[in-house]
Design a protein around this ligand. Structure first.
Ligand code: GLN
Length: 197
């Protein structure tokens, strides 16, 4: 079993650590590798797309040719977790601001995203979030977080704040507007790992 963390930019080390911690917690072993170049994604059984800056991430995965490999992994049914900027990259479309900049999107989920959705005064915050697949609230950390404005009917909405969707899944792809790699609570990672083991 091999889990790859896209390591082009963003909070890569935190993701590697938390996947390793979650694996240890469930008594499983797997190799956790970082992905900077083409050729590694096809060897992975699960993929994690960290937060960072989505325009930069998009540009660099295109330049490295990793974009097509991720799309193929999605088609093969490989579980993919995207957080924050990772969520943005997974989207099929964006609001007018995103469209205007023509930033690259992988289009793996039928969702429409809005960047930096929670405004200046709230650029970073924590909230006890009800997540439909967890049995009690999850302390979710949001950092200049995006939100999903619209989701297609094949998308399963897992959590919202008012009218903004902040966690959703479609087939093998799980997208979160917040950062589960920054908290001790491993339940979101376990939910992702459940798809692999
Ligand atoms: N605001 C960033 C973006 O648009 C995402 C922030 C994050 O990943 N923490 O791309």
């Amino acid at each position: 079993m091999r889990i790859g963390v896209i390591a082009i930019q963003g909070d890569v080390a935190e993701h590697v650590e938390s996947v390793e911690r979650a694996l240890a917690e469930r008594g499983e072993t797997a190799e956790v590798v970082t992905i900077k170049h083409k050729g590694i994604v096809p060897t992975c059984d699960g993929l994690v797309f960290p937060g960072g800056e989505s325009t930069t991430l998009g540009r660099l995965i295109l330049r490295e040719g990793i974009d097509e490999e991720i799309k193929q992994a999605k088609e093969k049914g490989i579980p993919i977790l995207g957080t924050c900027a990772g969520l943005i990259l997974l989207a099929k479309s964006g609001d007018s601001q995103v469209e205007k900049t023509h930033q690259y999107l992988l289009g793996l989920m039928d969702i429409k995203v809005n960047r930096n959705s929670f405004g200046r005064q709230f650029q970073s915050f924590e909230v006890d979030l009800d997540v439909s697949v967890l049995d009690s609230p999850y302390n979710a950390v949001f950092i200049r977080a995006p939100a999903i404005l619209e989701a297609g009917e094949d998308v399963n909405v897992l959590a919202s704040i008012d009218d903004k969707i902040v966690a959703a899944e479609q087939d093998n792809v799980l997208a979160l507007a917040f950062h589960p790699e920054l908290t001790e609570d491993m339940r979101i990672h376990q939910y992702f790992l459940d798809k692999l083991f």
